[in-house]
Design a binder for this molecule. Structure first.
Ligand code: DUC
Ligand code: ZN
Ligand code: ZN
Length: 485
């Protein structure tokens, strides 16, 4: 008997990419897509996807796994549980953060993060860097060398005492991104405004979780977004504003785009499906479960975010999975106590629910097209961080990272999820879709009922440069920073 042409054939798929939807069989060999077409030859294994949509596996370009925290805080998910949950929710590539502590070299942060990931991941992963201490050594040597080695994106913070950069430092980091073609991601909230408001709230005894949202109103995000845009314009560098939460920040980004600036934007499920009320309408501590930054806003802001997803304003849709248990001294109750909002670890889980939430409410709810769903959850994040076309699309030569969708009604329960967190903020939500099968480089990792573990299956991906924009030519307009004449 002759050997089969493929290791696996997915028959009768309704294939959706960022640009097209078409019927095809998908032929897979050695973890890659090698043929797309009608009536492909037999595979060693076959899966019939008749009547089902097949999309690229998701690329979750903003999630936090096993990131070192100041004690007693500790993330509930590491690379084992985090990538398990990702796979079961249709995500086949994750990009968490190797975070530099002040005083630490970036190299040391990267080496430590590799140790945390090595041999543990079930799906492929790359790293963003977090630059919190841009010393001359970091700016002139470490960052350029790391970019060349495949760490081509870095996040900078405008808030959080242990992470924030001032405007001068932001300009320096942006300049490195410009010189080397890397992607700078910005957490845009004004630190001084937050501190001033927090002190006022504390003085008035307003320390329940819900006051977290009062301490970070839209204005603080709007101001920081505008400032980040101005700084990037000065340097003449593209930037990506992460976790955009509502109208006023969206307006700043629209302004920037209308003035020809390359400002990209990310949003997350919490800004579509949660509101400030989820932090509590009374002083209940249950609201700590939804404490994240920026905080969820209100219905009107949710609508603005939906519009931005539909009309192209947003480039990527990520989870910002930042996993802390609710009922834990390492999580939302530091040291076992119900604490003032300032001390509640920021972040909510969402790595497993990101794709099904947007498919259900966005695609099946008629708010975005199927192709836009693919663009936001897979293709654009792969392009923004230099992983395309290996990741983020269904094409000959791409990795066989695929989701076969099951359009059925279900009620979301934390007991059914695969993260290590003791709650989901979306408990009880009615959804209309969940992955029937997730394939990671041609292997079934999730079959709709069971997870198929293989720690170490996930490999580290060195990233290329972002490919959302054409490469700069030498004749491009010079930046304000170029003082040649
Ligand atoms: N905000 C962040 O900036 N990062 C992690 C989680 C959060 O809420
Ligand atoms: Zn952030
Ligand atoms: Zn984050």
């Amino acid at each position: 008997m002759s050997t089969p042409a493929f290791d696996l054939v997915i028959r009768n798929a309704l294939v959706a990419t960022a640009s097209d939807t078409f019927g095809a069989d998908i032929g897979i060999r050695a973890g890659r897509i090698v043929q797309l077409g009608a009536a492909l030859a037999a595979g060693a294994r076959e899966i019939d996807a008749a009547g089902r949509v097949v999309t690229p596996g998701g690329v979750d370009a903003h999630c936090h796994l096993d990131q070192p925290m100041a004690p007693p805080a500790r993330m509930a998910d590491d690379f084992d549980s985090g990538t398990r949950a990702a796979a079961c929710g249709g995500t086949t590539t994750v990009i968490p953060f190797a975070a530099q502590e002040k005083g630490q070299s970036l190299r040391a942060a990267v080496a430590d993060y590799h140790r945390r990931a090595e041999g543990r991941a079930h799906v492929d992963y790359a790293f963003h860097l977090i630059v919190s201490d841009p010393t001359p050594q970091v700016l002139q040597q470490e960052l350029p060398a790391l970019i060349a080695e495949g760490y081509t994106s870095f996040k900078i913070y405008m808030t959080y005492d242990d992470l924030k950069l001032d405007d001068g430092q932001m300009l320096e980091v942006f300049d490195v991104a410009r010189q080397h073609g890397a992607m700078a991601m910005v957490h845009a909230e004004n630190a001084d405004c937050i501190e001033w408001l927090t002190k006022k709230l504390e003085a008035a005894g307003r320390t329940a979780p819900r006051f977290h949202a009062h301490s970070r109103p839209m204005l603080v995000e709007r101001e920081a977004t505008q400032r980040a845009i101005a700084l990037a314009e000065l340097v003449d560098v593209p930037i990506l504003i992460v976790h955009v939460s509502g109208r006023e920040a969206v307006e700043q980004i629209r302004w920037a785009r209308s003035h020809g600036l390359n400002v990209f934007a990310e949003t997350c499920p919490q800004y579509l499906f949660l509101s400030a009320e989820d932090l509590g309408i009374d002083n209940s501590y249950m609201g700590a479960r939804c404490v994240c930054s920026p905080p969820p806003r209100d219905k009107r802001n949710q609508e603005v975010i939906w519009r931005g997803l539909a009309d192209g304003l947003f480039t990527v849709f990520s989870s910002d999975h930042a996993p802390f248990n609710f009922d834990s001294p390492e999580g939302k109750k530091p040291g076992g106590e119900e604490v003032a909002f300032r001390h509640i670890p920021n972040g909510i889980p969402g790595i497993e629910t990101r794709m099904p939430l947007l498919y259900s409410e966005g695609v099946l709810g008629g708010r975005i097209t199927l192709n836009r769903f693919v663009e936001l959850t897979a293709t654009n994040p792969a392009k923004a961080y230099g992983l395309h076309p290996r990741k983020g699309t269904i094409a000959v030569g791409a990795d066989a990272d695929l989701v076969i969708w099951d359009e059925r009604e279900l009620t979301l329960r934390n007991t059914q999820l695969h993260h290590n967190v003791d709650y989901t903020p979306y408990e009880g939500m009615q959804l209309n879709a969940w992955p029937a099968i997730t394939l990671a480089r041609g292997e079934v990792v999730w079959d709709g009922r069971d997870f198929h573990p293989r720690q170490g299956r996930g490999r580290f991906l060195a990233c290329g440069l972002p490919s959302l924009l054409p490469r700069r030519s030498r004749n491009d307009k010079e930046s304000h920073a170029n003082l040649a004449d």
